[in-house]
Design a protein around this ligand. Structure first.
Ligand code: TPP
Ligand code: DXP
Ligand code: MG
Length: 593
C-alpha cells in the first residue's frame, strides 16, 4: 500500500506490521516530496506518521471522532482519509487546506488553528453525546501537542474532564518536547520527568484522568495497545505518546531552530532573501533594547517567527518565552509594567484575540506602558481563515487609552516602534503585515500627525482624499498614479497612528470631494469606521468609502491574490475611488473642467 492508494482508514485495518512499517516509510517520502514543493508544516507531520496510523486503526473515524489541536499536524490524517491526491495543491488557492477542513472530509470536524482548544471541544462533544443518550456514539479523541498544552484553555478543559469520571474523552498527548523551540515551563519539566520515568504520579492523574504512558510514538504496536487500553477504559484518560518532531528526515531531526516546523516552498529558496517587516522590527527592537534597559520582550512560543532572536541574543535576561500562552503574556506584561519596566509583547495579530481581556482589563484599565507588536496583521493567506490578521484594528479601537500605529514602510516601523515604547501612560500597539517590507514612501509634508504622501493639484476641494492605513500606502500611491493618468486628482495621506485618529485628518477631508479609506483589517470597526466617525463628530460632510477585508472567514490562498480579490490593490483602489463620487476631472493643465 502507498499513500496514493489509500482510500480511507478502513484500508489500514488489515495491514500486517511489515506493511505498516513500509507504508509509514512511504508516507514520509511522500510528505518530504510534496511539502518541500508547496511549503507547509513538514516537521510536525513527520512526527505523527505512526501515531496517526495507530489512531485510525484503533478508532473508527468518523463515528469515533479524532480532533486535532491546532491542526497543522493533520497531513497524515488527510492521507489516511483518502486525500493524498490533493497534496500537489496543498495550501494553494482551491487546493487542500493545510489544516482540517469540514468541506474536504467527513473525517474533519474542527478547523481552528489557534492552539489549545481541542480538549474543550472534545469535552463538549462527549457531554453532548451523553446528554443525548448517544452511548454508542463512538469515542471522542483529542490529539494535543506538548506546546498546545502550555495554553491555559487546555487546563480549563483538563480540569473539567478530570473532574467528571464519566467524561468519555481520550486525550492523546503528542509530546515531541517542542513548539517551534523546546517547550518551556514547569509542564515541560514534568513531561520530561514522565518520559524519563522519574516522576511520581502524573499531573493528569492528580486531576482525575487515567494516564497511559510514556509510549514510544513511533512504535505502532505499542501505540495500538495503549490506544486500545484507553478506548476500553471509558472515562477520561491521557495517552502520552513520545514522538520526534521531523522524525525520519535527518535534516529536520537535526534542525535546531524549529525541526522544520513550517517550511517554505523549496523553489522560493532561490535568490537573495528579501528583508521582511519582521526583520526590520527585530533589528530595531534589539537596538532600542541597548538604549533602554527597561525594555523586556515577551513571546508566546514564537521567538524566532516574531523576530525576537536578535533581542534575545543581545538581552537574554530581558527576553521571556511564556509558551503558547498569550493571555499570560499580556497579564504578566501588566505585572512587568507595574514593576517599572516597559514590556514589548510580540505576537501574530490573529493570536492577540486570545489575550483581549488581559489587554483590556489588566493592561489598559491600569493605563500601563505595554507595547503589543502585531506581526502578520492583514492577510496572511497560506494558513487559512484563523490566521488572517483582520481583527486587531476592530478590537483594539474599543480599548480606552490604547494607541495603535500602522507603519507604511520600514522607516516608519522603526519610527513608530520608538514612539510606542516612549509612551508611558498607557498601552500601545504596532501592527504590520507578513512578508517583504514595503519600500519607503516619503511624506511631502505633515498635517498634524498625518503624513501627506501625495497632494492633489486640483484647486478647491474637487479631489479625492485617499487615507492609507499602514502597508496599504503602497497600493494607494499606485492608485493615485492611475487616477492621475485618467485625469482624476487625488491626495494620499497616512495617519501613522490609526487609533485614536488625529482630528487634523478631518481638516484634510473637508478640503476634498470624497474620502476613501484603505485598510487590510476587516471592514467592521476598522479604520474606515473610525474616519467616518471622526468626520461626523467634526461636522465634515464628505462621503466616506471604506475599502477593507470583507468581514467573513477567508479561505487559504496566496496573499497577492486574496488582496486582489478583496479589492486592495492599486488598480482596484483606483476604480473604487473613481466611482466613489462624481469628481471634477482635472484638465491636462491641472485646472477644472
Ligand atoms: C493561540 C496560538 N498561538 C500560537 C500559534 C502558533 N503555533 C502554531 S503551531 C505552534 C507550536 C505547536 O507546538 P505543539 O502543540 O507542541 O505541536 P507540534 O508542532 O510540536 O506538533 C505554534 C506556537 C497558534 N497556532 N495558536
Ligand atoms: C500553525 C501556526 O500557527 C504557525 O506555524 C503558522 O503556520 C505560522 O505561519 P508563518 O510564520 O509562515 O506566517
Ligand atoms: Mg510539540
Amino acid at each position: 500500500m502507498t499513500p496514493e492508494t489509500i482510500t480511507g482508514p478502513e484500508d489500514l485495518r488489515g495491514l500486517p506490521p511489515d506493511e505498516l512499517r513500509s507504508l509509514a516509510a512511504g508516507i514520509r517520502r511522500f510528505l518530504v516530496d510534496r511539502v518541500s514543493r508547496t511549503g507547509g508544516h513538514l516537521g510536525p507531520n513527520l512526527g505523527v506518521v505512526e501515531l496517526t496510523l495507530a489512531l485510525h486503526r484503533v478508532f473508527a473515524s468518523p463515528r469515533d471522532r479524532i480532533l486535532w489541536d491546532t491542526g497543522h499536524q493533520a497531513y497524515v490524517h488527510k492521507i489516511v482519509t483518502g486525500r493524498a491526491g490533493g497534496f500537489g495543491g496543498l495550501r494553494q488557492p482551491g487546493g487542500l487546506s493545510g489544516y482540517p477542513s469540514r468541506e474536504e472530509s467527513e473525517h474533519d470536524l474542527i478547523e481552528n488553528s489557534h492552539a489549545s482548544t481541542a480538549l474543550s471541544i472534545a469535552d463538549g462533544l462527549a457531554r453532548a453525546r451523553r446528554i443525548a443518550g448517544d452511548r454508542d456514539g463512538g469515542a471522542v479523541v483529542a490529539v494535543v501537542g506538548d506546546g498546545a498544552l502550555t495554553g491555559g484553555v487546555a487546563w480549563e478543559a483538563l480540569n473539567n474532564i478530570g473532574g467528571d469520571p464519566d467524561a468519555d474523552v481520550v486525550v492523546v498527548l503528542n509530546d515531541n518536547g517542542r513548539s517551534y523551540a523546546p517547550t518551556v515551563g514547569g509542564l515541560a519539566r514534568h513531561l520530561a520527568e514522565l518520559r524519563a520515568g522519574s516522576a511520581g504520579a502524573s499531573i493528569f492523574e492528580e486531576l482525575g484522568l487515567a494516564y497511559i504512558g510514556p509510549v514510544d510514538g513511533h512504535d505502532i504496536p505499542a501505540l495500538e495497545q495503549a490506544l486500545r487500553e484507553a478506548r476500553a477504559m471509558g472515562g477520561p484518560v491521557v495517552v502520552h505518546a513520545v514522538t520526534v518532531k521531523g522524525a525520519g528526515y535527518v535534516l529536520a531531526e537535526n534542525d535546531d531552530l524549529d525541526r522544520f516546523h513550517a517550511v517554505r516552498p523549496m523553489a522560493s529558496g532561490t535568490g537573495p532573501a528579501q528583508e521582511t517587516w519582521t526583520d526590520v522590527f527585530g533589528a530595531e527592537l534589539a537596538r532600542l533594547g541597548g538604549e533602554r534597559s527597561d525594555l523586556v520582550a515577551i513571546t508566546a512560543a514564537m521567538l524566532e517567527p516574531t523576530g525576537l532572536s536578535a533581542f534575545a541574543a543581545a538581552h537574554p535576561d530581558r527576553t521571556l518565552d511564556v509558551g503558547i500562552a498569550e493571555q499570560h503574556a499580556a497579564a504578566s506584561a501588566a505585572g512587568l509594567a507595574l514593576g517599572g519596566l516597559h514590556p514589548v509583547v510580540a505576537v501574530y495579530a490573529t493570536f492577540l484575540n486570545r489575550a483581549f481581556d488581559q489587554l483590556m482589563m489588566d493592561v489598559a484599565l491600569h493605563r500601563l506602558p505595554v507595547t503589543f507588536v502585531l506581526d502578520r496583521a492583514g492577510i496572511t493567506g497560506d494558513d487559512g481563515p484563523s490566521h488572517n490578521g483582520m481583527w486587531d484594528l476592530s478590537i483594539l479601537r474599543v480599548v480606552p487609552g490604547l494607541r495603535v500605529a500602522a507603519p507604511r514602510d520600514g522607516r516608519r516601523l522603526r519610527e513608530l516602534l520608538a514612539e510606542a515604547v516612549d509612551v508611558d501612560d498607557g498601552p500601545t500597539a504596532v501592527r504590520f503585515p507578513k512578508g517583504a517590507v514595503a519600500a519607503d514612501v516619503a511624506a511631502v509634508r505633515s498635517h498634524g500627525a498625518v503624513d501627506v504622501l501625495r497632494e492633489s493639484t486640483a484647486p478647491g476641494g474637487d479631489a479625492a482624499l485617499i487615507v492609507a492605513a499602514g502597508a496599504m500606502a503602497g497600493p494607494c500611491m499606485e492608485a493615485a498614479e492611475l487616477l492621475e493618468a485618467r485625469g482624476v486628482a487625488s491626495t494620499v495621506v497616512d495617519p501613522r497612528w490609526v487609533a485614536p485618529l488625529d482630528p487634523a485628518l478631518a481638516e484634510l477631508a473637508a478640503a476634498h470631494a470624497t474620502v476613501t479609506v484603505v485598510e487590510d483589517n476587516g471592514e467592521a470597526g476598522g479604520v474606515g469606521d473610525a474616519v467616518a466617525a471622526l468626520l461626523r463628530e467634526a461636522g465634515v460632510r464628505v462621503p466616506v468609502t471604506a475599502l477593507a477585508v470583507p468581514q467573513r472567514f477567508i479561505g487559504h490562498g496566496k496573499r497577492p491574490r486574496i488582496l486582489e480579490d478583496c479589492g486592495l490593490t492599486g488598480p482596484r483602489i483606483a476604480a473604487a475611488v473613481e466611482s466613489a463620487a462624481p469628481l471634477t476631472a482635472l484638465t491636462t493643465s491641472g485646472g477644472r473642467t
